[in-house]
Design a protein around this ligand. Structure first.
Ligand SMILES: [Zn+2]
Length: 430
């Protein structure tokens, strides 16, 4: 098991890796996605394709420098963002959004970096890597057991005001597409008509490693419950006590949810090794040539099988982002006139790289994220402190407040110039 190199604060930004994310139920109230990304392979630095999965960049980031300075309040940030999206020139052009975990915090999902994030709550958490998942029956049992406990809370979570505001900005004609690092499907739920590209996949489906058929994760949950009745009883108890809906370890323990030193939930009287999961139905009925798929009398996949393994349809650590997705997000950046980051610290290389790409094309960059953003000084080096937002915006305020207010402002007739923009001091006053 390689060490999580992304945690080395000395790794230069350019060497930081890629991204992927996995789900883990025990550190948050849900199967929240952990954007543990950061992959990179030293040999192909700067190129996208072959990336090895690494844990993301977790070193502390410097605090944000707010730009323009007036964007330190909701009113000021809204004015600057309105100018950013609709610069007062002929032809506003379109903005592509890049969203991360921060936009889903108001939906009850944890931002892994945030004050209640995985890193602070569960320092022993270790994600399952793609190669482990593919090769190791035991790793899959552990993954699915955790996922089984975390799914319900995620499944009950819904998009929040910020997601809906993104859809409204789309209706106002300001946006081209949305790229998201999130796997919660909230953008698709909130604005089905505005195209969303899911950089790290999605939790709503499972996918067969052999035939690539996708299946509903919701239905899969029912199969897991049928195959693991003791776990299903335990899950029902934990949902009853509310232990899965709090992030506080002490409170979780008080409500009956204990974890072992590895961060796994302790289910009384049950071992992780007993967890069972089903095989791919398509491969079961017609295994790919040269393979066999076997199940026990209850329908659980047997390790004598050589195919038919189901994986969450998210990009796991160590897994490459599909080429079609990489090309689609690059095209989205290339086609847009500017890019706006919502709720991402760009800790994963695949996300950070898109912003770099936009900047290299001379496109304005906006970032609305609570807390620091990896490498942000270089994105804003040419943005004036006393500007109006059209050249770039950096704010650090709650998205569920800023975004609806931004929609209201644009609906009221675009982006009225700031007072400081219309006031021209007399020449002798300078
Ligand atoms: Zn299959």
């Amino acid at each position: 098991m390689q060490e999580p190199e992304g945690q080395d604060s000395k790794i230069p930004v350019d060497d930081l890796p890629l991204v992927s994310l996995t789900t883990l139920p025990c550190a948050s109230n849900l199967e929240h996605q952990i954007y543990f990304l950061g992959e990179q392979s030293s040999s192909d630095h700067g190129c996208w394709p072959p990336m090895q999965l690494r844990i993301p960049y977790t070193a502390p980031l410097p605090p944000a420098t707010i730009l323009p300075a007036t964007a330190s309040t909701i009113t000021g940030a809204v004015a600057a963002l309105a100018n950013f999206l609709r610069p007062p020139s002929a032809g506003h052009g379109k903005t592509v959004i890049l969203s991360g975990a921060g936009i889903s915090v108001a939906s009850g999902l944890a931002d892994y970096r945030g004050s209640n994030g995985t890193y602070t709550l569960n320092k022993t958490y270790r994600p399952v890597y793609y190669h482990e998942f593919c090769a190791n029956h035991e790793a899959r049992k552990r993954y699915w057991a955790r996922s089984f406990l975390g799914w319900t809370t995620l499944h009950k979570s819904r998009p929040n005001k910020a997601h809906f505001a993104v859809g409204q900005l789309g209706e106002l004609g300001t946006l081209s597409k949305v790229i998201t690092q999130n796997v919660d499907s909230f953008h698709l739920m909130a604005h089905p008509k505005l195209k969303t590209l899911e950089l790290h996949g999605y939790l709503r489906n499972t996918v067969c490693l052999s035939c690539r058929t996708e299946y509903s994760r919701e239905r899969f949950q029912e199969d897991l419950a049928d195959l693991n009745p003791a776990w299903a009883v335990f899950l029902a108890e934990m949902l009853e006590t509310g232990a899965l809906s709090t992030e506080e370890p002490a409170e979780r323990r008080r409500r009956g949810l204990k974890t072992n030193p590895d961060g796994d939930v302790d289910v009384p009287g049950v071992e992780y090794g007993t967890f069972r999961y089903p095989a791919c139905p398509v491969c079961l009925s017609g295994p790919p040539e040269g393979t066999k798929v076997e199940q026990d009398s209850d329908g659980a996949w047997l390790p004598s099988s050589t195919a038919g393994i189901l994986k969450p349809a998210v990009i796991m650590f160590g897994e490459s982002i599909p080429n079609a997705v990489k090309l689609a997000v690059e095209d989205a950046v290339d086609e847009a006139d500017r890019i706006l980051v919502l709720g991402s610290s760009l800790a994963t290389y695949s996300a950070w790289r898109l912003i770099k790409r936009a900047q290299e094309q001379g496109k304005p960059v906006g970032v609305a994220n609570l807390g620091g953003v990896r490498g942000e000084e270089q994105f804003f080096s040419k943005v004036p402190v006393n500007g109006f937002g059209r050249d770039g915006v950096r704010c650090s305020l709650p998205l569920e407040e800023v975004m609806p207010a931004l929609v209201d402002r644009l609906r009221l007739g675009g982006a009225p110039p700031l007072i400081s923009e219309t006031f021209r001091p007399a020449p002798w006053g300078r």
